[in-house]
Design a protein around this ligand. Sequence first.
Ligand SMILES: Cc1cc2nc3c(=O)[nH]c(=O)nc-3n(C[C@H](O)[C@H](O)[C@H](O)COP(=O)(O)O)c2cc1C
Length: 243
Amino acid sequence: MNPTLSLMSAHRTIRRFADVPLDEGDVERAVAAAQHASTSSNIQAYSLLRVRDEAKREELVELTGGQPQVAQAGGFFVVCGDQRRHALVAGRAGRPYEPNLETFLLAVVDASLFAQNLVLAFESFGYGICFIGGLRNRLPEADRLLALPEHVLPLYGLCVGTGAEEPRRRPRLPLEAVLFDERYPSDDELLRQLDRYDAVMADYYAERGKPGYDWSGGIARKFARRNREHLRGLYESKGARLE
Ligand SMILES: Cc1cc2nc3c(=O)[nH]c(=O)nc-3n(C[C@H](O)[C@H](O)[C@H](O)COP(=O)(O)O)c2cc1C
């Protein structure tokens, strides 16, 4: 494996962090490198808000569903889809700014390509990371707390810091369940692949003290009900259009 593949394959989420601050130079180097992620038509529809204030971070622990790593990690960031620069330059040029579902997706995709590059950069320095989708649990409150202006859409948080645990890597789907050659497999084939993965994941969970769990069961439970139904209202209140 080359060093890039080794780094990518070594990823595991870290949820316990040592009380060690981030090196400021590391942050700048990581962000500058991550900015070279591909971006649709160079629109660069993202920004990254660092939250340093301890009281705010404690409040975010609560708002994200009681995730202590949000306060503990050396650094906590919010990844935002950012359409504000676009709206501003459109206004300055005397043109309308017309957001829709496509511009929302552009921002989410751009921000996520940037964020994953950022994670790899931090991991290459030896930091551990944890994305925090829990930021969307109570997003209107988090958005108010962060005082994000119109057209800046908070998507998820990111903890970065010196890890204080060495978790096992989480197994992924087998390659043949992800990489298809020419034709998408039948449902029977898909389900057979997922059965094999379930067996691997059942071992993984049993080792972690959760016997009887597997991947399919977790997925079926997760998507049995709609979650975070406030998101459309919040994003539309910030100028996004989801149609
Ligand atoms: C967008 C996104 C949001 C996530 N949100 C959370 C979160 O709120 N809390 C958490 O502990 N892990 C969170 N994770 C981490 C995932 O649970 C983790 O990546 C996944 O289970 C695979 O495990 P691994 O990263 O250790 O390989 C998130 C991951 C992503 C990509």
